[in-house]
Design a binder for this molecule. Structure first.
Ligand code: NAG
Length: 432
């Protein structure tokens, strides 16, 4: 392992890799579905905010007060033979991570069925230091890496709460169906972590899972959080109902336009405005568009629980909520230092009725319609519900993020080939 790979072998590996991916990408009628579960967490700050981490780190701030309470989790078969491994679906980050635990040696620890044991896989390999991605700073990928004493590529960094994440960069195959195995995908293999779930990085970057696996589109349907069966569906490849979806074209950013506050690898939507109870709020559309510094970008993100709005938009939403239900708001209450439009749960039926529907409007009449009630008011702690919107300024960022709280009961399709995002109504927990 510690021996240097001779250049000729390296070339062969690269060659066989590209041949392998070529034949894989020719299967262009891919359509595979997996159950998508909601995982709720109420205690302990999670070290996993990959998307928020990447956004805040790019603006130099590491202030992350928010706990995620709901994550989308999909179990994918990884390795040879395949081990079902739980991964948080994150369209806001690039690199995927698996939790590497040696199950055989850890008899005493409680079994971590959701994690991955590298020693049981014949297709697992560690990335050597001389791999091109193992450079301290390559342009579109800024994970701090170093060379460990075994000449393997090592990464480590601290999350906002002081949690250390570290491990090796590795390569491993995903067996997404009996007849379909991806080429080896570069992943982080976390050895020191308190989490037992990995991350499926799904942004538009070349190292995201979707890019490395050369899959041109994916979609998910987030079930209602309050339902008795919070299981939705995740598709890799074509969605059988996509003919009914409405699409908006993503904004993309050439290299020359890139600026410090912009996340060029995110799924950026052309948002136009916000409506509450049929009334379009008086927010300048410029608030939802990146300015020359990159602030104002509007992204859709499966790794963010709440929706976040830049201050100007947040203020206008709050003004309208105060106008509609001001006297019922919990005075002085703030959830996680970002959301302050909150109510006692006993009041929420009436509050929900008075607020009515809310919608996020995009180009060409496409919108995300959040029906009154549960979709608008989300439980943040026992007995308290808030409008699921936070101030992005409190995270040290100037962007707008549509979180999963506003993606319930609909299909969201990410079509990378055509650079567009599709939406379609669905009852997600009823799908099979
Ligand atoms: C597709 O739409 C039909 C009719 O609306 C519905 O019964 C079916 O469950 C949907 N399937 C998926 C995968 O969305």
């Amino acid at each position: 392992m510690s021996k240097k790979t001779p250049p000729s072998t390296m070339l062969l590996i690269l060659l066989s890799l590209s041949i392998c991916s070529l034949s894989f990408s020719q299967s262009n009628s891919l359509s595979l579905s997996f159950p998508l579960s909601l995982s709720k967490k109420t205690s302990s700050i999670s070290p996993f905010y990959p998307s928020l981490y990447s956004k805040t780190s790019s603006s130099g701030s590491f202030k992350l007060p928010v706990k995620y309470s709901t994550a989308l989790v999909v179990s994918l078969p990884i390795g040879t033979p395949p081990q079902p491994t739980d991964l948080v679906l994150d369209t806001g980050s690039q690199l995927s991570w698996i939790q590497c635990h040696n199950k055989v040696k850890r008899k005493l620890a409680k079994p971590k069925t959701a994690s991955f044991d590298p020693s049981l896989s014949s297709s697992f390999s560690l990335l050597p230091c001389n791999h091109p991605i193992c450079k301290p700073r390559i342009p579109d990928f800024t994970l701090p890496t170093s060379c460990d004493q075994n000449r393997l590529c090592h990464y480590s960094y601290f999350y906002a709460d002081g949690t250390l994440a570290e491990g090796n960069l590795v390569r491993e195959k995903f067996t997404i169906s009996n007849s379909l195995t991806t080429p080896p995908v570069i992943l982080g293999c976390a050895q020191a972590s308190t989490e037992n779930r990995g991350i499926l990085g799904m942004n538009t970057g070349r190292l995201s899972f979707i890019s490395q696996a050369k899959i041109s589109k994916f979609s998910y349907c987030v079930p209602s959080r309050t339902g008795s069966n919070p299981t939705g569906l995740f598709y890799l490849g074509d969605n059988p109902n996509s003919s009914k979806f409405k699409y908006v074209t993503m904004l993309t950013f050439p290299k020359s336009q890139r600026s410090p506050n912009l996340d060029p690898l995110a799924y950026t939507l052309p948002m136009k405005g916000i409506k509450i109870a049929g009334k379009r709020l008086n927010i300048s559309p410029a608030v939802f568009k990146p300015d020359p510094s990159g602030s104002g970008q509007t992204m859709i993100d499966s790794g963010s629980d709440l929706t976040y709005l830049a201050d100007e938009a947040y203020e206008k939403v709050k003004e309208e909520i105060v106008r509609l239900v001001g006297p019922k708001m919990k005075k002085g209450y703030e959830f996680a230092a970002v959301a302050d439009m909150c109510f006692n749960a006993v009041e929420t039926a009436e509050v929900g009725r008075r607020i009515g529907d809310m919608s996020f409007e995009f180009e060409n009449g496409v919108e995300i319609l959040v029906a009154k009630g549960e979709g608008i008011l989300t439980e943040v702690e026992k007995g308290v519900k808030c409008v699921g919107i936070g101030r992005s300024g409190r995270l040290g960022i100037g962007s707008n993020i549509i979180g999963t709280v506003h993606q319930q009961n609909m299909w969201v399709e990410y079509d990378l080939t055509n650079r567009r995002i599709g939406f379609g109504g669905a009852e997600c927990s009823r799908l099979k």
